[in-house]
Design a protein around this ligand. Structure first.
Ligand code: ADP
Length: 190
């Protein structure tokens, strides 16, 4: 199986690159942000709890997102592979993902990190907020909080995969096609 972790701060372009990777490699896209927004749209208890944290730019608890990912892995037994987008976002999530995949006799093939500086991220997220209607994209203070959560809790996840020799970073600034070319050349080596 080809199991890819797409990594990078909020606004790095993970969603955009995921869409292109799905088409090229026939993978299933698992975005914890999308799964959570889906829970919110359906008005579930999980969604109501998550919304409070998401609107403040904070991470939702590990067990919530790990449970959602576990369900999706079970629901797709025939998948050729998965793209994990926005997950794992903490080292505890990364360790749990390794366990879930090993139970299915598979593993993460590699992590590709999109590198974009903080100023560019803030600009992109404010622009996206105008079309997406996402409350967490509309407010500069919430955006900064998300970037802080990323730097304190999520950035260490890169070390986790570096320790397994599964980490590659690429420049996330440039045209969508240029960046996709770089991502693909990494994925083709897995
Ligand atoms: P972005 O990466 O652009 O910030 P996402 O759609 O991936 O957006 O996530 C939006 C919000 O959903 C996050 O700020 C966080 O509150 C929550 N979230 C998503 N994935 C996770 C996760 N793996 N662990 C904890 N919280 C998460």
């Amino acid at each position: 199986m080809l199991n890819l972790v797409l990594f990078g701060p909020p606004g790095a372009g993970k969603g955009t690159q995921s869409q292109k990777l799905i088409e090229k490699y026939g993978l299933i896209h698992l975005s914890t942000g999308d799964l959570l927004r889906n829970e919110i749209a359906q008005g579930t208890i999980l969604g109501l709890e998550a919304k409070k944290l998401m609107d403040e730019g904070l991470l939702v608890p590990d067990e919530v997102v790990i449970g959602m990912i576990s369900n999706k892995l079970d629901a797709n037994p025939q998948a050729k592979g998965f793209i994990f987008d926005g997950f794992p976002r903490t080292v505890a999530q990364a360790a749990a993902l390794d366990t879930l995949l090993s139970e299915k006799n598979t593993a993460i093939s590699g992590m590709v990190a999109l590198v974009v500086d903080d100023q560019e991220l803030e600009n992109r997220l404010l622009l996206r907020g105008k079309d997406s209607g996402r409350p967490d994209d509309a407010n500069p203070e919430v955006i900064r909080k998300r970037i802080n959560e990323y730097n304190s809790k999520t950035a260490p996840v890169a070390e986790f995969y570096k320790g397994q020799d599964k980490f590659t970073s690429i420049n996330g600034i440039g045209s969508i096609e240029e960046i996709f070319g770089s991502v693909s050349s990494v994925v083709d080596q897995y």
